[in-house]
Design a protein around this ligand. Sequence first.
Ligand SMILES: Nc1ncnc2c1ncn2[C@@H]1O[C@H](COP(=O)(O)OP(=O)(O)OP(=O)(O)O)[C@@H](O)[C@H]1O
Ligand SMILES: [Mg+2]
Length: 255
Amino acid sequence: MSQIIALTNQKGGVGKTTSAVNLAASLAALDRRVLLVDLDPQGHASMGSGIDKYALDKSVLDVLLGEATAAETIVKKLAVKYDVLPGNGDLTAAEVELLDRDKSESCLTTALGSVADEYDVVLIDCPPSLNMLTVNALTASDSVLIPLQCEFYALEGLSALLDTVEQIKQNVNSDLAIAGILRTMYDKRTSLTREVDKQLRDYFGDMLLKTTIPRNVKVAEAPSHGLPVTQYARFSRGSQAYRVLAKEIIRRLAL
Ligand SMILES: Nc1ncnc2c1ncn2[C@@H]1O[C@H](COP(=O)(O)OP(=O)(O)OP(=O)(O)O)[C@@H](O)[C@H]1O
Ligand SMILES: [Mg+2]
């Protein structure tokens, strides 16, 4: 059975997609069989993995609606070393279409059930909102990885996110765990970072991952080449940080 991890934070631009793509690549480099699910209408995880989101025959939306199987929709044999269940703008329709279904929060759980045995780990890149897609991701997952930027408003949305996780636990997925809080675009030279860091440690203790991801221009450039930074610039600081993160996640979750 695979472990399913949702990367989520309803705040936009905090490094969810970047972390999903690079963690997928780093876990694959450590011989884990990895599936990356792009559950964001922006389709950035697909693009960042070298998939043209405009040219998809089928997407994760078809799978969610039961109109295609995961197996026939997953894109394999990419230049990246993991498989992708791609998403694109079609997913904007998901909110409405899913609400019509029975057990609308469990569509992704059902969809992934048939391929779970083929992967050691499934990473789900969530949209920047606590909508039905994110609820599907949290319902299907074993744990949640929360990327955040150490800035003034970083903590503001966190309690709403943790409340949502708690609700999902109470209602549909009692085993849902927090895999960790990941500090991205990290610059410990600023006093604001140190201040937010202290608050995070005080509030979240062990939930805070030891690895931090530095702000690094190679990380930002890599998606335009359709590659993770670990392949685009493997000796960059960003690449090294994601490799260390993969090892920490493997230890923490016994992957
Ligand atoms: N470590 C980093 N160093 C430099 N730039 C970064 C780093 N991490 C992410 N970025 C850049 O920050 C921007 C936001 O990152 P990303 O798209 O991963 O965030 P997101 O949380 O997925 O956003 P959204 O909420 O829109 O889905 C992107 O332009 C990305 O290239
Ligand atoms: Mg994103």
